[in-house]
Design a protein around this ligand. Structure first.
Ligand SMILES: Cc1cc2nc3c(=O)[nH]c(=O)nc-3n(C[C@H](O)[C@H](O)[C@H](O)COP(=O)(O)O)c2cc1C
Length: 215
């Protein structure tokens, strides 16, 4: 995806949905990185994801979309209007229809529940519907599941989504960059997502770009 500017002055919007799998930090860091890349970011956070965020991080984010946007703008140092948030049944949001403005979508982290709903086209909430729209419009859709071990149901859904054109990018960081912190592990996955989106970043060098993977 190119970084052409729209009327807002930001690069093309990217939709980020956080669902209730462990690994909320991946999604929050992804939003930060997209802000740094001067992208407009459209955010949806499921009810279960709010619980995971409160459990795994120091933050407790507000549920109401307007308040959530304010909190994320402050947290990420974003410009006014750079982050927009949509609620569970905000069917008037641009992501709810194929005629809305186009954006790549990342579900990060992606619960097996949402994975299954997207694979089946359930569209029972705005996250599921936005993913369904991305698939039908042949837009970029990246799912970042975190579960272990995986059942045949999970694996079949991942195969089905991959065959439909989505990218399944498990939250399974490598260790060849010699991580010295949890942040290094988070950045490994976020860098992979940004690579998929074609967005420049400085989170970690690409393989082969430097003699030392830690440079
Ligand atoms: C602290 C916590 C951690 C969880 N970790 C996972 C997980 O790693 N993977 C997963 O698929 N579900 C996990 N779950 C269960 C999901 O949150 C649950 O299935 C929920 O219904 C998903 O809803 P959502 O997809 O609408 O967010 C976790 C739940 C909690 C409270």
């Amino acid at each position: 995806m190119t970084a052409e500017r729209d009327a807002t002055g930001f690069g093309a919007p990217v939709t980020v949905a956080l669902t209730g799998a462990s690994g909320a930090q991946y999604g929050l860091r992804l939003i930060e990185a997209l802000v740094v890349a001067n992208r407009e970011v459209w955010v949806m956070i499921s009810k279960a994801a709010h619980l995971v965020i409160a459990t795994e991080t120091e933050s407790e984010l507000p549920a109401r979309p307007e308040r959530l946007a304010e909190a994320l703008i402050e947290r990420c140092g974003a410009a006014p209007g750079q982050i927009r948030c949509f609620g569970r049944e905000d069917w008037m949001a641009p992501v709810a229809s194929g005629s809305g403005a186009s954006s790549a979508m990342v579900i990060c982290p992606c619960s097996t529940g949402t994975l299954s709903a997207v694979a089946c086209g359930a569209s029972n909430n705005l996250i599921e519907r936005a993913a369904d729209v991305a698939l039908k419009e042949r837009r970029q859709l990246i799912l970042v599941p975190r579960e272990t071990p995986l059942s045949a149901i999970h694996l079949e859904h991942m195969l089905s989504l991959t065959r439909q054109g989505a990218v399944v990018l498990p939250a399974a960081p490598g260790f060849y960059h010699r991580p010295s912190s949890v942040e290094d592990l988070i950045d490994f996955i976020v860098a992979r997502i940004l690579n998929q989106l074609g967005i420049e970043h400085r989170l970690m060098p690409r393989w082969g770009d430097s003699a030392s993977p830690k440079a």
